[in-house]
Ligand binder design. Sequence first.
Ligand code: SAM
Length: 373
Amino acid sequence: MDDSKLEDIVAFLTDFQWIFKHSNTKFIEAGILDTLPKHWAESLLCLSHADFNNIPFGKIPASLERDLKDFLQRISDLAITVPTIIVEERHLKPIRGINPKKLQEISRLSRQIHEICQERGIAYLVDLGSGLGYLCQMLNERFGYKILGIECDEERVKTARKRQERFFPTSTGSVKFVKHFISISSWEFIADELQKAFHVDPATTPVALVAFTRVGDLTVTSPASRWKRMTEEEHKIHGKNMFQRAILDALTDEGQEVQRIKKCGERVTSSDDFVGAICGFEIRDSITGSIIPWSSEHRSKWESLCEKYPRGGELAECLTLLQTTIQELCENVILLDRKLAVEEASKGFSCCLVKILDADTSPRCIVLIATKA
Ligand SMILES: C[S@@+](CC[C@H](N)C(=O)[O-])C[C@H]1O[C@@H](n2cnc3c(N)ncnc32)[C@H](O)[C@@H]1O
């Protein structure tokens, strides 16, 4: 059912890509505040705080402009429904270097992988993009899988091995990390490495491929649940900071970038004057890395942008609201696209998407499962 929605969703997201296409440090430069319809912003800014906070959760205030209501309704209509199996992983042993969110993510993913592999008698896994080896080590420690971790970043492979030596020294025979950039033609390499590591021929021994990754790099990365809890004051500060930061980017020339100064002390980004706004930031040449000093030209450009958008902070928060509202559709359409791509490329596999974590716990909460019939 949802599969047939793909084209409609893509057409809709293409029309409204200005909402999520640019990084939030670039939205002024990209002219997004001029693209954001004025009557949308005005009608959003007239809402009560509760109504403003509830929009990403499908509640459409009656007072909004008609085309804005239509836009929000369309997001609800196009939503992709994903079956949910949420089982909280309790009593997790803390692991050094892993925050509680990531611990929940990899624990829940490990259990899901185990449920599928156990049923099929699979004892060998390949982790595509094994990073520092968190998932590999957990799958090995908790469920005893032999696992080959493949990672393109050499430093991460080294760190994963060091971490293994230090914290999981007995796993060196059953968890192996190799450096390789995975592409469409990597199967031969993987088969060779499985042979080398575990004397296993994947043509005769069942092996499962696993991966733990983000599906897209969208502008909003914090969970919508945080939005729900934000106070009026927090919205004000967030909008102002976002606006001020984006102005700084808009002051630079091509080939230059604004960077936060490391160890510069306290942040004063939401200041209303130029000196306060630039505090903690510097401009660097993107190629040479040399510092370009802030100048009177930057100051006058800054002043004219502040004059052009006197309610810039509030408009920035309206943009964040739209991003938060459209975010789930953006992410799920990528998952739906991957599901269809796997189905198309691998005849005989059946694919499904399953939500295994509460979105409040983690924005990475959906797994794509492809199994051989
Ligand atoms: C989200 S991290 C993986 C996390 C890891 N599995 C863990 O348990 O913590 C994704 C990893 O995939 C790696 N990666 C991305 N594309 C890759 C590719 N084509 N080949 C190999 N590694 C890749 C990245 O360098 C990154 O370390």
